[in-house]
Design a protein around this ligand. Structure first.
Ligand code: PMP
Length: 435
């Protein structure tokens, strides 16, 4: 069996839903997910040989394009030296230094393998540091799939319209207080209701798992201020935005806007592994030093800091100079402008929202005035997006198969790739308009 439909049927017989991560299943847009055979630069090719311009970029990591030769060579060289040692390597220190160089809030850093582990560890550290249990998170923010973080978590849960996950003990869910994003009064109220009991606020540096929903000006600084006033910590989750929204993540975007915020802990993933599994938690040295083996907060990983994965991440970050971010930003604006123009021409109400070089498009009258939070994000016209998505796919452009995700450009999206996207847009916009 080699055809796409055959492969999906075969996968479904052995893998739940046929996928190893839910959003890949095209649940909200319908149809059969494409099985990918290879990817290069801005393109991916499915098992039937169809090539698409890719706007998923492996959900973020492929910052410099797929299979960049410098990254692939670094991976091959590292693999030749051995796949994993379970012992420290020079590359781990170099990657930690590179991240610290770019993000002032990071004094020390530990590498893990997934964003889920990074946020899980950050929360354990916050609880260990403060001696408190409660965690504040924002509706629509996704921080991975650990028990305490799946309440109103955006991303795949939003795509599947799930409020949370089965299998999470009520006692654990009760430790997470979920409030609306960009809502200062809700933040004040949650601290007032639980005095001395909140360990941390965790926030996506900019919301990007309910579509792109940036913090209102001053909101992140306000979070740091109130957390610190109340003896709690601020955890900024830059797993998605890190080294993508800008060279120094969304912190860099805020800083450029004159809003300097120093979170106590920051989590990273995606780009820092360049397509292989690397993530990290970093921040204040005094808090990071609470980690074992020198502190009482335990965390570990057989493959943490894996040398091949670290080589991919280091090579990616070393390529990611100012020019890379300029190219990604320019490409994102070409796509965003053309999308907006095509939708306007077809009479489709929509709004574009940005977080640095990241953007997404919300469809529908209900959201056209802007999306500040999850309660608004869920009112978007997901069916219109589904029609748009499939028309683009038919024309050889692979968008995220969910209206709750950012569109990811890479530094490899050159004029030819962008032209293909722009050409596909008018018909897709008309498909979105035709209900
Ligand atoms: N935090 C954020 C902001 C994310 O976007 C993601 C993944 N999309 C995660 C955490 C979890 O990362 P992972 O999928 O590597 O566990």
């Amino acid at each position: 069996m080699t055809g796409n439909d055959d492969l999906f049927a075969r996968a479904q017989a052995v893998i739940p839903g046929g996928v190893d991560s839910p959003v890949r299943a095209y649940g909200s847009v319908g149809g059969t997910p494409r099985f990918i055979a290879s990817a290069s630069g801005p393109y991916i090719t499915d098992v039937e040989g169809r090539e698409y311009v890719d706007l998923v970029a492996s959900w973020g990591p492929a910052l410099v394009g797929h299979a960049h030769p410098v990254v692939v060579d670094a991976v091959i060289e590292a693999a030749r030296r051995g796949l994993s040692f379970g012992a420290p390597t020079r590359g781990e220190t170099e990657l930690a230094e590179e991240i610290r160089r770019r993000v002032p809030a990071v004094q020390k850093l530990r590498l893990v393998s997934t964003g889920t582990e990074a946020t899980m560890t950050a929360i354990r550290l916050a609880r260990g540091a403060t001696g408190r249990d409660l965690l504040v998170k924002f509706a629509g923010h996704y921080h991975g799939h650990s028990d305490g973080l799946l309440a109103q978590a955006g991303s795949g849960l939003a795509t599947l319209a799930l409020p949370g996950s089965a299998g999470v003990p009520a006692a654990i869910a009760a430790q997470t207080l979920v409030i609306g994003y960009n809502d200062r009064a809700a933040v004040e109220a949650v601290f007032a209701a639980h005095p001395g009991r909140i360990a941390a606020i965790i926030t996506e540096a900019a919301g990007a798992n309910m579509g792109v929903v940036p913090p209102h000006p001053g909101f992140t600084a306000f979070l740091a201020e109130i957390a610190h006033r109340e003896g709690a910590l601020l955890i900024s989750d830059e797993v998605l935005t890190g080294f993508r929204a800008s060279a120094s993540g969304y912190a860099g975007v805020l800083s450029a806007a004159g809003e300097d915020v120093t979170p106590d802990l920051v989590t990273f993933g995606k780009v820092i592994g360049g397509g292989l599994p690397v993530a990290a938690v970093g921040g204040r040295a005094d808090i990071m030093d609470l980690l074992a083996p020198i502190g009482p907060v335990y965390q570990a990983g057989t493959l943490s800091g894996n040398p091949v994965a670290v080589a991919a991440g280091l090579a990616t970050l070393r390529l990611a100079d100012a020019d890379v971010y300029r190219r990604i930003d320019a490409a994102a604006h070409v796509v965003a402008d053309a999308t907006s123009a095509a939708l306007a021409e077809a009479g489709v109400p929509h709004v574009l929202q940005w977080a640095g070089t990241l953007f997404s498009v919300f469809f529908g009258d209900a959201v056209a005035a802007g999306v500040p939070d999850y309660a608004t994000a869920v009112t978007q016209d997901a069916a219109a997006y589904g029609r748009f998505f499939h028309a683009m796919l038919d024309a050889g452009v692979s968008l995220p198969p969910s209206s709750f995700e950012a569109w990811f450009l890479t530094a490899a999206h050159d004029e030819a790739a962008l032209a293909r996207i722009v050409e596909a847009l008018p018909r897709a916009a008309r498909a979105a308009a035709a209900s």
